[in-house]
Design a protein around this ligand. Structure first.
Ligand SMILES: [Zn+2]
Ligand SMILES: [Zn+2]
Length: 256
């Protein structure tokens, strides 16, 4: 059994064949999928997909790309939607200083605000950090993010960063890029992070692992990522599946 801890099934890319994608995930042993609605237009759709599939849960929040568009009314709508029992985390929130689709000062302000909102909702947070490691850590610390805990998704920091996050009660989620030819230094970092702190994810439709790199990603491919983690850590695939599943169930507050 595997869990895809992070995917975006509500995105346009899955509009035509969503049911087939979900079916293939089941057939590949992916028991649960956590779908992340990152902006206003996607929240209801993500929740709708979760509510109509027992194997799918939702994560809602405002992605750093989209924080420039939101106002207080959107926050209250989001708070209402997060009351739904299929919502298991708040996110993804954080900083993206690579694409800078929202101004940095707004990203920083909204990141702090949304950590507060997650605490109010008593939900763990899902963090997006791209080329903003130092600032991410600083905000997690000053906003006392250890009070809600959560996941650093698509982890791209170094081992020291992973350790700081783990000490604050966070899990580190590994995407398909671990399979890429040029990812040796990332693999070395993952080798050092204890399996007890790892999750696996697709971030579908993005970041497709080998051997499908270049095509659309989907939750069934999470096993290629788990397989690579097993190779790196010199443990069995079953062990990686078992421990990452337990970790995901624990952080999202589902029964083990
Ligand atoms: Zn992300
Ligand atoms: Zn994502």
């Amino acid at each position: 059994m595997l869990i895809d801890s992070h995917a975006h099934l509500e995105m346009q890319d899955f509009k035509k064949d969503l049911e087939a994608v979900i079916q293939r995930a089941k057939e590949s042993g992916v028991e649960y999928i956590f779908t992340v609605g990152t902006e206003k237009k996607d929240w209801k759709r993500a929740l709708e997909i979760a509510n109509s599939h027992p194997s799918i849960y939702a994560i809602l929040g405002v992605h750093p790309h989209n924080v420039k568009e939101i106002d207080d009314r959107d926050y209250s709508m989001l708070k209402g939607l997060c009351q739904n029992e299929k919502v298991k985390a708040y996110g993804e929130i954080g900083l993206d200083f690579f694409r800078n689709l929202s101004p940095r000062d707004i990203q920083l302000k909204r990141f702090r605000e949304q950590i507060g909102l997650a605490k109010e909702l008593v939900l763990p947070i899902v963090i997006h950090d791209r080329e903003a490691h130092q600032e991410t850590i600083e905000i997690l610390k000053t906003e006392k993010a250890e009070e809600c805990g959560g996941i650093i998704h698509c982890f791209s920091g170094d081992y020291e960063m992973a350790k700081v996050c783990i000490d604050m009660g966070f899990y580190i989620s590994i995407p398909g890029s671990i399979t890429f030819k040029n990812a040796d230094s990332f693999r070395e970092i993952v080798r050092r992070i204890p399996l007890e702190s790892l999750l696996v994810e697709t971030d579908a439709p993005f970041l497709t692992p080998e051997p499908f790199r270049g095509k659309r990603n989907e939750p069934s491919y999470v096993r290629y990522t788990a397989q690579k983690v097993a190779e790196i850590k010199k443990v069995s695939f079953e062990k990686v599946a078992e421990v990452t599943t337990e970790n995901a169930l624990r952080v999202y507050g589902l029964k083990l």
